[in-house]
Design a protein. Sequence first.
Length: 188
Amino acid sequence: MKKIIYSLIIPLVVVSGLVFANREIKNEASKKSTPKPLSATERKAELKKWEATPDGMMFTEWKASPAGKKVYASEAKIRKHLNAFTNMEAVVTSLSLPSGSRLGFGVMVRINGDDYILAFGSEKSGKNSLNGNNEFEQLHSLKVNDKIIIRSHNVSHAPKYSYLVIAGDYVERDSKIIYKRAPRKGGC
């Protein structure tokens, strides 16, 4: 009887030891893979390196061109709203993005006389707490000349686009929320 008990306990001890050892290895690997944030001087050095690449040089040239200056000037007009995440009144000017764009779903809007791309990202068949269906369903009901209220924190610039790209975080039409970006999971 003792032989049977020992023959059952020994494999159990060996397997639990392997599982425990594997867990420690995974914990160590995850700790090592988290990169530390770059300091300001390291960021500047990386930016200088990137600016020396062909893409960096092309972006620098575009930034100094009339088209780039126009995009940065339009950003300056809405910068205080972006920083404070406050309402911006916009009018939908087009239900499609410029040809060749790879921004996912979005619309063209006009804010204070300047045109912008309002991008929401790729359409997924996920659920949103607002309506239970596709998160962009209510956005598809927008029409040209609809007046909307938008809020955003983020914009992007690209030589490919003649317009500033605003990330759509919040959209309201007729005092009803039609889109609100879900907060990121696992972070800020």
